[in-house]
Design a protein around this ligand. Structure first.
Ligand SMILES: *Cc1c(COP(=O)(O)O)cnc(C)c1O
Length: 231
């Protein structure tokens, strides 16, 4: 089926682009995780991507993800990349390898409470709204440090990096300052004990090569793999 071949080709193309962007900065492409974003993508296509070597999948809705987890074959890591509502925390905690979108203290407290009950430690990235867009979630960069101090005392949350969604620009070069700013925050050294800055999740279909040049080690790609989403 043509669509499945397209997916395989698209993944190869994206990987090659990641490789070239990494090479431009003397980076090892092996340290960059390609997360295939499968929101609104049917399970057959997701399975085709997994067969083509995809190991990491990103979803932005809990219910949709839990349903797909039953049907996607093969060992994959699931990433939660959407806005997480507090009432969804309970059902999702142990179903994702990484939450990319910790963005407010009320959510952190809910995760802490549920994680403590279950006896698990939940790996999270903090979402930063670098460009200050009204329409996007995430902490203003200036609030990050104080937020990390508050979260650092919650023993069942492990902060292990930062995530951002850059504004959509026709010219992805325009997103470069956004990615650079997140990388600077990522590299700061005065964060509280317990915070380990390991993952830098930035870059989507339109701008991932710029994000990789600026240091991303996780990119979240939907359209460039699966084609335009129909809503
Ligand atoms: C949808 C989505 C993506 C993927 O977007 P594409 O432009 O289709 O690559 C990445 N990150 C988040 C948080 C998303 O919601």
């Amino acid at each position: 089926m043509r669509i499945m071949e397209d997916i395989v080709e698209n993944i190869a193309h994206v990987r090659a682009e990641i490789g070239r962007a990494a090479a431009r900065r003397g980076r090892d492409p092996g340290e960059i995780t390609l997360i295939a974003v499968t929101k609104n993508v049917l399970v057959d296509k997701i399975n085709a991507a997994v067969e083509a070597g995809i190991t990491d999948i990103g979803e932005n809705r809990v219910q949709e993800a839990l349903q797909k987890q039953k049907e996607v074959v093969g060992p994959v890591k699931w990433h939660f990349i959407g806005h997480l509502q507090r009432n969804k925390v309970k059902d999702s905690l142990t179903n994702f390898a990484l939450f990319h979108s910790l963005d407010r203290i009320a959510l952190a407290r809910e995760i802490q409470k549920r994680a403590e009950q279950k006896g698990v430690v939940v790996p999270c990235l903090v979402q930063v709204n670098v460009a200050g867009e009204e329409s996007k979630f995430g902490l203003p960069p200036g609030e990050l440090e104080a937020f990390l101090r508050q979260v650092a005392v919650l023993n069942n949350i492990k902060v292990c990096g930062l995530m951002t969604i850059a504004p959509y620009y026709n010219d992805p070069e325009a997103a470069r300052p956004v990615f650079r700013r997140l990388r600077e925050l990522f590299e700061q050294e005065n964060y509280p004990a317990g915070v380990s800055m390991r993952y830098l999740s930035m870059g989507m279909s339109n701008d991932y090569t710029v994000a990789v040049e600026e240091g991303a080690n996780m990119v979240r790609i939907g359209t460039a793999i699966f084609g335009k989403r129909k809503y």
